[in-house]
Design a protein around this ligand. Structure first.
Ligand SMILES: Nc1ncnc2c1ncn2[C@@H]1O[C@H](COP(=O)(O)OP(=O)(O)OP(=O)(O)O)[C@@H](O)[C@H]1O
Ligand SMILES: [Mg+2]
Length: 374
């Protein structure tokens, strides 16, 4: 009997307010708090008796705190609702002054000529933190992948830098010898030597600059970039590997090509991974006439970059797993290259696909939308 009595006394709304895991706050049309459920007490750090009759703007930081009365007045006047019926993310303010992200949904209650509003609030700080952590981990992974691949290319890159430096030293020595015999030194010789020193120094600086770009860590930043330039900028890093293995690396840019809105370092990361994979496959097969071809073309609203090699290709049984994380057939492979490339492509609204050309070898095609602002 007692139970029945309690439920008639308390009412279904009260039972709901008591039990809800989300904060539920009811305000009148002036914004004064009428009801404040236990979850709201816990979330905001006030007891219901402390806040009842006070303006709900107490629970929000500026600028909404100063504007909330205006929002209510505008709604009463025009009937135009900014939040009612639409959930949105807002910032809440706890009694200890801490602000937090929250998901807010507002509904209207009309009873006779009285109007009140019910706000249902979920604290999403943990979810935001988790999202932030995932984003941070993803960035670290991208960076680690670049460092691993650069580590593998280092020997070649060191050679690429060492070669111009050695040449610079040799030209400088030659110049000094000529100066020592100054009366017979033809100006033309000195001119040509200085030019060569300058050229070699610029080449060394360029290699270092490209390296620094790829080693850069930090948040992804998209901007307007020309895809031809993005690709040209990394080819230099492969020069040594190419020479060493006797492989041919051909690049066919597309002119003219409008700028794309992309993270240039991430797009370079895709190309570096694909070229490295091709070099690995050609190297593995100990092929003498290895050839890698990079070609850009447009297809409808997309720009396609294909990296084709004449290596042994991907055996049929491996094709479905190519893009899986940790799938590798190399003794020292990690198996993350292609899966990272695929997620970079997706983050740019694009795709990365593998196909087996009829004539053998393998082809990976990166497709990017010409207009994508992500
Ligand atoms: N051009 C290619 N020709 C033949 N097989 C390829 C080619 N590219 C990729 N593969 C196959 O796909 C597998 C996965 O490539 P992925 O780049 O994801 O990893 P990985 O190169 O093995 O290791 P890492 O994480 O160091 O890049 C390779 O181990 C290889 O078997
Ligand atoms: Mg790889």
């Amino acid at each position: 009997m007692k139970k029945v009595q309690k439920s008639t006394l308390v009412g279904p709304l009260d039972a709901l307010m008591e039990a809800a895991g989300d904060a539920i706050i009811i305000i009148d049309e002036k914004g004064l708090i009428q009801r404040f459920n236990p979850a709201a007490e816990k979330m905001f750090g006030y007891s219901e008796s402390e806040v009842r009759g006070r303006n709900v703007s107490l629970l929000m930081p500026e600028p909404n705190r100063g504007r909330h009365d205006g929002y209510l007045a505008r709604y009463a006047r025009t009937g135009e609702a900014a939040v009612i019926g639409k959930g949105r993310q807002e910032t809440g303010l706890r009694s200890n002054g801490e602000s937090f992200p929250m998901q807010l949904s507002v509904g209207e209650i009309r009873q006779a000529d009285q109007r009140s509003f019910v706000g249902i609030i979920r604290d999403i700080s943990e979810m935001r933190q988790a999202q932030e952590q995932v984003r941070h981990l993803e960035e670290q992974l991208l960076h680690a992948d670049r460092l691993v691949i650069l580590g593998e290319l280092t020997a070649g890159i060191a050679h690429e830098i060492n070669q111009p430096l050695t040449a610079i030293a040799a030209y400088a020595d030659a110049g000094r010898t000529i100066i020592d015999r100054i009366d017979e030194a033809p100006a033309a010789d000195m001119h040509s030597i200085c030019e060569r020193i300058g050229g070699q120094a610029r080449r060394a600086a360029e290699v270092v600059q490209r390296l620094r770009g790829l080693v850069r860590s930090g948040t992804s930043s998209k901007g307007r970039h020309n895809l031809n330039e993005i690709i040209k900028n990394i080819l230099l890093l492969f020069e040594f590997e190419i020479k060493k293995t006797g492989t041919e690396l051909l690049f066919f840019p597309l002119e003219p090509l409008e700028d794309l809105y992309v993270d240039d370092i991430q797009i370079q990361q895709i190309l570096v991974n694909l070229i490295k994979n091709s070099l690995d496959s050609i190297g593995e097969a100990a092929q003498a006439n290895g050839c890698i071809e990079i070609r850009i073309r447009t297809e409808g609203q997309n720009v396609m970059v294909s990296v084709t090699d004449n290596g042994p290709g991907v055996p049929e049984q491996y094709r479905p797993r190519l893009f899986d994380s940790f799938f590798t057939t190399k003794p020292k492979g990690v198996g993350l290259g292609l899966s990272i490339c695929k997620s970079i492509a997706a983050a740019h609204g694009g795709t990365l696909r593998h196909e087996q050309p009829q004539e053998g070898g393998s082809r990976f095609t990166l497709s990017l939308p010409l207009r994508f602002i992500g």
